[in-house]
Ligand binder design. Structure first.
Ligand code: GAR
Length: 210
């Protein structure tokens, strides 16, 4: 099975979705290690409850970003990780880390990229008046929230949505999209060519409507 390293900073509901998916014996990946940059991230407890090693590596405990990321990489390598999944990891990674895990590093973002990179995506979607919003799983590149898109899930925006109601609708889809993206990679169906991802033998599976 493909061994996953999941990087978190907070709640960890996407981590939970991966843990839950991996409970199915047929799922071709397993969460091998969880790393948080915050000691109080609730996601750490989710990992421990599932018996998964979970460690805290605080950037402040290291001299600089390279040494923090080297420590993360050492832990990921020691755990035999083949794919790193950012799941609400709220720190920008350096070009070194991104290159070190090239095409073995994915992120989930709460918008239909390239719309709304960055923060407060749900409020911005409402303010912009888009009729569809959603989430994106993409391979990580050096620019924030950029990189070849693997899976997207779209949801409608209701006239009376608030950022919270819209976030909840998107989150349901995040929890479907992330395990699907991991499955496609673990099954060896995913090829990256420049900006584009080709998914072999999975039809339109990577475009979901919630
Ligand atoms: C998720 O909505 C994820 O898409 C978002 O943070 C939330 C984390 O929730 N990620 C980003 O905004 C990254 N730029 P979770 O901790 O419950 O998975």
């Amino acid at each position: 099975k493909l061994r996953l390293g999941v990087l978190i900073s907070g709640r960890g509901s996407n981590l939970q979705a991966l843990i839950d998916a991996a409970r199915d014996q047929d799922f071709p990946a397993e969460v091998a290690l969880v790393i948080s940059n915050k000691a109080d991230a609730p996601g750490l407890e989710r990992a421990r409850a599932a018996g998964i090693p979970a460690i805290v590596l605080k950037p402040r405990d290291y001299a600089d970003k390279p040494s923090h990321e080297a420590a993360m990489t050492e832990a990921l390598d020691a755990a035999g990780v083949g794919l790193v999944c950012l799941a609400g990891y709220m720190r920008l990674l350096s070009p070194w880390f991104v290159a070190r895990w090239h095409d073995r590093l994915i992120n989930i973002h709460p918008s239909l990229l390239p719309a709304f990179p960055g923060l407060d995506t749900h409020a911005r979607a409402i303010a912009t008046g888009v009729r569809f919003h959603g989430c994106t799983v993409h391979f990580v590149r050096v620019e924030m929230d950029e990189g070849p898109i693997l899976v997207q899930a779209a949801v409608p925006v209701a006239d009376d949505d608030t950022p919270d109601t819209l976030a909840a609708r998107v989150l349901v889809q995040e929890h479907r999209a992330y395990p699907l993206a991991v499955r496609l990679i673990a099954e060896g169906r995913v090829g990256v060519q420049g900006n584009r991802v080709a998914v072999r033998g999975a039809g339109l599976a990577s475009a979901m409507i919630g």
